[in-house]
Ligand binder design. Structure first.
Ligand SMILES: [Zn+2]
Length: 318
């Protein structure tokens, strides 16, 4: 099932079909109450019903049938494209060569979509911020069949992220759900080293895990991660982010995933999504979401930070 197809389907229902149906109901009531004017040979009543019938027929043929024709075709195309993206993902999961290519691809996509968002960056700085959306989902690995954690343990972080991006950036941050992957994580305990070591380990077996787990867990709309447009941010829960005291990590635009731990500060996911959207640390203001010291209370972002997030390839209008 394609997410895009579902969204188009819902849009047609809400914006076109339902308003027409509401008009039909009002018209039907009007026709029932319409008095028959003898000097018009009762044609006024007839015309009323005629108008209703014509609108109903057009609505059924064009909108109700049309939305399903669009949906079926969309689902077919989307499935084919997602399968293609899955195969690309398999190639990208090959250690070293696939890893390097993945980094280059993500970098190029970042450059392309940033260039395409220059107007958005400028208008954002001027305060014009039309609602955008961004997707994120959770992937939880297991040790010997026992999941590292549960969604419930991460829920405060999920809620805080949605709240921050809605309040500060006018972004509808959409949670796509939790997936428990059966692909074994690289190591028990499952750790992520949040520095150059982690960056280069992504080119080796660790990167293969993140790629394969993302592609199998988040097959739907996987093509968006290949082309970068509206790419979903995948949140991996690890046992420990190193070096301590780090509790989360986001490697800016080189990957489509971020890392967090269970039982940590509520704003970790929100903070790491900031990194994924190319924000660096903001020092000197502990109220800032990008302060290295991540807290659990509502934070702020500067005008510039909001504009950088909104012009990220993860953040789109449609
Ligand atoms: Zn950070």
């Amino acid at each position: 099932m394609g997410r895009v197809c579902r969204e188009v389907h819902e849009w047609i229902e809400e914006q076109i079909e339902q308003p027409i149906e509401a008009w039909e109901e009002r018209q039907e009531e009007r026709c029932r109450e319409e008095e028959c004017n003898w000097w018009q040979l009762c044609l006024n009543v007839l015309f009323c019903w005629l108008a209703l019938t014509i609108v109903k027929v057009i609505r059924i043929v064009l909108v109700t049938v049309g939305k399903w024709v669009i949906r079926i075709n969309c689902e077919f195309v989307s499935f084919v494209v997602d399968v293609a993206a899955f195969l690309v993902g398999l190639a990208l999961s090959i250690p070293i060569l696939g890893g390097i290519f993945r980094t280059v691809l993500n970098f190029l996509m970042e450059v392309v979509w940033r260039a395409g968002s220059v107007f958005d960056l400028a208008s954002g700085l001027l305060g014009l911020r039309i609602r955008k959306k961004m997707y994120f989902g959770l992937v939880i690995a297991a040790h010997d069949g026992i999941p590292i954690t549960t969604q419930a343990a991460i829920q405060p972080q999920i809620d805080a992220a949605i709240e921050h991006y809605n309040r500060l950036c006018n972004i509808n941050l959409i949670f796509t759900g939790t997936c428990n992957t059966s692909i074994p994580p690289p190591g028990d305990p499952f750790t992520y080293v949040c520095n150059a070591e982690g960056f280069f380990r992504d080119w080796w077996i660790d990167g293969s895990f993140y790629q394969l787990a993302s592609d199998t867990c988040k097959f739907e709309d996987g093509w968006k991660r290949v082309v970068g447009y509206g790419a979903e941010i995948i949140v991996f829960v690890v046992d420990d982010v190193l070096p301590d005291p780090s509790d989360g990590c986001g490697m800016t635009f080189s990957v489509n995933y971020i890392l967090t731990e269970a039982g940590t500060a509520d704003n970790i996911i929100a903070h790491e999504i900031g990194h994924a959207c190319w924000l660096y640390h903001h020092t000197g203001d502990t109220n800032n979401l990008m302060s290295p010291n991540v807290l659990s209370v509502p934070q702020t972002l500067t005008n510039w930070q909001v504009s950088v997030i909104r012009s990220s390839r993860h953040c789109v209008y449609v």
